[in-house]
Design a protein around this ligand. Structure first.
Ligand code: APR
Length: 230
């Protein structure tokens, strides 16, 4: 039976594609106040500012491409059952051909009614005040803001609990409940953590730190895993 491989990815896997992370030196949160652009309070206080923040990030997403790390996951999927749980809202996993992608924090190319979270639409252009859903309500980014629930977490829990190998790539493991998933693994499951500046992790499982950029460390690990698959 082939080992089931589950990824948990964060902003670091998209960094080499040119998308800023959040907490690195030049990160998004160093240039914006989270509470001014990524919270329900911000949306209530100044929706125009929030819309512009996401319009800028949505415009940039049209200009960037997946990198070697995203492509390495696609290669791995030819040899193993693979699931990708991501905190990222970009579509680079999908554009690289990754299947079974779970977006914990929403998607930049989707919007929804601010009144009914089930009215979700593909949306790749700028979003403005006055753009409304079929229920007549203002459209908002389909993104989980700080202080909001993470509905996907219940759906990915069984995925994590079925993992035989867990690979963390490019996340500071600072934001919950995403960061807590590593504690939901079966005992004995090997954990690999690819990040040039890995945060300290205290877990009971075997931990292999690969202190490299995703674009270098992940293709190397994928080659190793494929060799073992034969
Ligand atoms: N390759 C791999 N990892 C990298 C690279 C790279 N080229 N460049 C940076 N990193 C690492 C950093 O060392 C850091 O550990 O990526 C991580 C980025 O951490 P954050 O900026 O905190 O991003 P992330 O962990 O994804 O944030 C989680 O917080 O702001 C919220 O909702 C937002 O999904 C986001 C969540």
């Amino acid at each position: 039976m082939k080992s089931k491989i589950v990824f948990l990815t964060g902003a670091g896997i998209s960094q080499e594609s040119g998308i800023k992370t959040f907490r690195d030196a030049d990160g998004l949160w160093n240039n914006h106040d989270i509470m001014e652009v990524a919270s329900p309070q911000a949306w209530a206080k100044n929706p125009k500012l929030v819309l512009e923040f996401y319009n800028q990030r949505r415009r940039q997403l049209h200009e960037v491409q997946p990198n070697a790390a995203h492509r390495a996951i696609t290669k791995l999927q030819a040899y193993f059952p693979v699931e990708v749980i991501t905190q990222n809202v970009d579509d680079l996993h999908e554009r690289a051909g990754n299947k079974n992608v779970w977006h914990l924090h929403g998607e930049l190319f989707k919007v929804r009614s601010e009144k009914n979270e089930n009215l979700v639409y593909e949306w790749k252009k700028d979003l403005h005040l006055g753009d409304t859903a079929e229920d007549g309500a203002q459209l908002r980014p389909h993104i989980v803001w700080f202080g909001e629930a993470v509905p996907m977490i219940e759906k990915v829990l069984p995925v994590v609990q079925q993992a035989d190998i867990f690979i963390i790539v490019g996340t500071g493991m600072q934001v919950y409940p995403a960061a807590g998933l590593v504690h939901e693994l079966k005992s004995g499951v090997s954990v690999y953590y690819i990040d040039p500046y890995p945060s300290p992790l205290s877990i009971g499982n075997p931990l292999h730190i690969i202190a490299k950029k995703a674009g270098e460390g992940l293709p190397e690990l994928v080659e190793e895993l494929i060799k073992k698959a034969d």
